[in-house]
Design a protein around this ligand. Structure first.
Ligand SMILES: Cc1cc2nc3c(=O)[nH]c(=O)nc-3n(C[C@H](O)[C@H](O)[C@H](O)COP(=O)(O)OP(=O)(O)OC[C@H]3O[C@@H](n4cnc5c(N)ncnc54)[C@H](O)[C@@H]3O)c2cc1C
Length: 413
């Protein structure tokens, strides 16, 4: 390998995580060559606004302007995909057959939408949402759509349902599971979210399976096991799968994501790292390995690998946090709620504010809030510092109040 300060870094994927690797390297004074392969033709951009606003012909979502890359000597190869990794020769192969050697390779390939396994998804008016191009196409369709069917009651589906309502369309969300966001938030919160969406005019059909999408050229209806729904626009979001095929084909350990160690290096090949949606990693807040799909995770993992390559290694321990804006509902999550055994609800000072505290073995491990950013920030502070909080501590209180009381007690002591 070349000297650590001059080794060539190749990043595959120009999304949130790939950008974070490259910008952190330069921010840390790294002087070696840095190349980012990005198969999309757009400058690296953020995805959250794509499902939260409707877009027609213009949308400013790029993370930084083009000059940022030029000024920092980051070689950004837009519209170029990497199709293979030659681990023996330390090189990647692009779609045009070009070989580019690396000393460090970082996989930041993200995730792709799971296909909807029913006939009719090829009709015009049927969309999935992941890329900027998808969002622009949906935005244009929304200007005339009257009947919108959203397949999938997850974050992206619910955000998009509210966008469609704001456009004045009739909106139905069809969800196979018995609840909305069934794996993502506590059951207590699922109910509240459902109420709020329904109050906002969104029709919600849970426990309902889409069987086909029908029309001639353009979509006309969605057929479910509970009847047909008229539709001139269908958007589906039924989850995502990691883009880990490059790693698998190169012989790296892969299981629903590239398996990495606590420094985010492939457990098979330490010259290769994986970050963001495509990485499955150990985490002090998880039992075993986790794969997370969030801006926080992509940004923090990219930064960690950038700092490591620049000479400052550390294990990945960032507290997971997430947000989803669904119309006027702001959902925020701190921590990981898997394997929790108790959930307590707290109401804020207005009926729209709510917090769900999730405990594992009587220790607070995750907090979900609706329209209550201050309580979310208090949760992040407590969970980041691993300060123990049990259910009794929160009886009749909020986390914000508990933090203030503990701080006052420290000052008095
Ligand atoms: C519509 C939408 C809304 C979201 N909203 C939120 C939100 O509100 N809050 C939140 O925390 N998270 C949200 N997320 C999730 C968040 O955007 C992702 O977790 C984050 O973008 C992951 O970053 P990443 O770099 O791992 O992947 P991505 O940002 O997906 O970037 C990966 C890039 O790599 C490219 N690529 C893949 N393979 C190759 C290859 N072989 N060669 C070259 N390029 C390649 C892909 O085309 C893609 O551009 C949202 C996601 C979507 C789709």
């Amino acid at each position: 390998m070349s000297g650590t300060k001059t080794a060539r870094v190749v990043v595959v994927g120009g999304g949130q995580a790939g950008f974070s690797v490259a910008s952190t390297l330069r921010g840390a004074g790294y002087e070696g060559p840095v190349t980012v392969f990005a198969d999309e033709r757009h400058l690296p951009y953020e995805r959250p606004p794509l499902s939260k606003k409707a877009h027609t012909d213009s949308l400013r979502v790029e993370l930084v302007p083009e000059s940022f890359y030029k000024e920092r000597d980051i070689e950004l190869r837009l519209g170029e995909d990497v199709v293979a990794i030659d681990t023996a020769a330390y090189a990647v192969v692009t779609g045009t057959g070009t070989r580019v050697s690396y000393d460090h390779l970082v996989l930041a390939t993200g995730a792709r939408n799971r296909p909807l396994p029913v006939p009719g998804t090829e009709l015009t008016g049927v969309h999935a949402l992941r890329s900027l191009d998808d969002a622009l196409a949906i935005g244009r369709a929304l200007t005339t759509a009257r009947d919108v069917v959203v397949v999938g009651g997850g974050f992206i589906g619910l955000e998009l349902a509210q966008v469609a309502r704001a456009h004045g369309a009739r909106v139905t969300v069809v969800e196979l599971a018995d609840r909305l966001l069934s794996r993502a938030v506590s059951p207590q919160l699922q109910e509240r979210l459902r109420e709020r969406h329904e109050r906002g005019g969104v029709r919600i059909l849970t426990g309902t399976a889409v069987q086909s999408i029908e029309g001639t050229d353009h979509v006309r209806q969605v057929v479910t096991d509970r009847g047909a729904l008229p539709a001139d626009l269908v958007v589906y979001g039924i989850g995502a799968a990691p883009r880990d095929e490059l790693a698998r084909d190169a012989g790296l350990a892969v299981e629903d994501g590239v398996i990495v160690d606590e420094q985010l290096r492939s457990i098979t090949d330490p010259r290769i790292s994986a970050v963001g949606d495509c990485a499955r990693h150990p985490h002090p807040h998880a039992d075993g390995l986790v794969r997370l799909e969030s801006v926080q995770n992509a940004t923090d993992q990219g930064a960690l690998v950038g700092r490591r390559i620049a000479g400052s290694p550390s294990p990945y321990e960032s507290l997971p946090w997430f947000w989803s804006d669904q119309g006027d509902i702001k959902l925020q999550i701190a921590g990981l709620r898997a394997n929790t055994d108790d959930v307590r609800l707290a109401l804020g000072d207005s009926p729209e504010r709510l917090a769900a505290y999730a405990f594992r073995d009587d220790r607070l491990v995750a907090v979900e809030t609706l329209n209550w950013p201050a309580e979310h920030l208090a949760a992040r502070r407590v969970l980041e510092r691993s300060q123990p909080v049990c259910a009794a501590d929160l009886a009749g209180s909020t986390l914000g109040a508990l933090v203030r009381a503990r701080r006052a007690a420290e000052v008095r002591a």
